[in-house]
Design a protein around this ligand. Structure first.
Ligand code: SF4
Ligand code: SF4
Length: 172
């Protein structure tokens, strides 16, 4: 959705976010091509694209530490961040792409570091949401906009996770 980032990287022939991300202003759901996208070529309404498209940059584009292997068009997932941590958003045709080398080991390392710094790492695909920890995957299914993930901790280690309504979470 962006042509370049502060790192000097270029989207080039990548158009993955135009498939994977939901675009509220267009009513476009996640995991479906935007009707304005020419896959691997770009946006046909680039000058008039929605503000949320213009504002979006994936983590690969913004982070110098992520090399070409992590470019979404090659990796088949888009990395994003939220207030809670890191999100691995998978191409629906490749929901397990993150498990390939070199990705899974690095993503679990982010999860290991995340346990120490209260940062979550989740994988989002058309199968739902999976919370990643250094040793385990917690399959949480769909997580709605009025829901959030609550982790059970032993020290800093995540030993369980569940999805609760936001009101319930606020009272917990
Ligand atoms: S996923 Fe990242 S690299 Fe690919 S088009 Fe979107 S912002 Fe650019
Ligand atoms: S409007 Fe353009 S930039 Fe936004 S999702 Fe569609 S193709 Fe991508």
């Amino acid at each position: 959705m962006t042509s370049s980032g502060m790192t000097g990287k270029l989207c080039g022939d990548c158009t993955m976010c135009c498939k994977i991300m939901a675009i509220e202003q267009l009513g476009k759901p996640a995991h479906a091509w935007c009707p304005h996208c020419q896959p691997r070529r770009g946006c046909t309404i680039y000058r008039d694209r929605p503000a949320e498209c213009a504002a979006f940059s994936c983590l690969w584009l913004m982070n110098d530490l992520l090399d070409h292997d992590w470019k979404p068009s090659k990796a088949r997932f888009v990395l994003t961040t939220s207030d809670d941590g890191i999100e691995v958003r998978c191409d629906p045709g490749y929901p397990d792409a993150w498990r390939r080398a070199p990705y899974e080991a690095e993503i679990r390392e982010w999860a290991r570091s995340g346990e120490e710094h209260d940062v979550t790492v989740i994988v989002i695909s058309n199968r739902g949401v999976v919370l990643i920890t250094p040793e385990h995957d917690f399959d949480l299914g769909e997580v709605g906009p009025d829901e959030r993930i609550v982790r059970e901790l032993e020290g800093t280690r995540v030993v369980d996770a569940r999805v609760v309504k936001i009101d319930t979470a606020a009272k917990a």
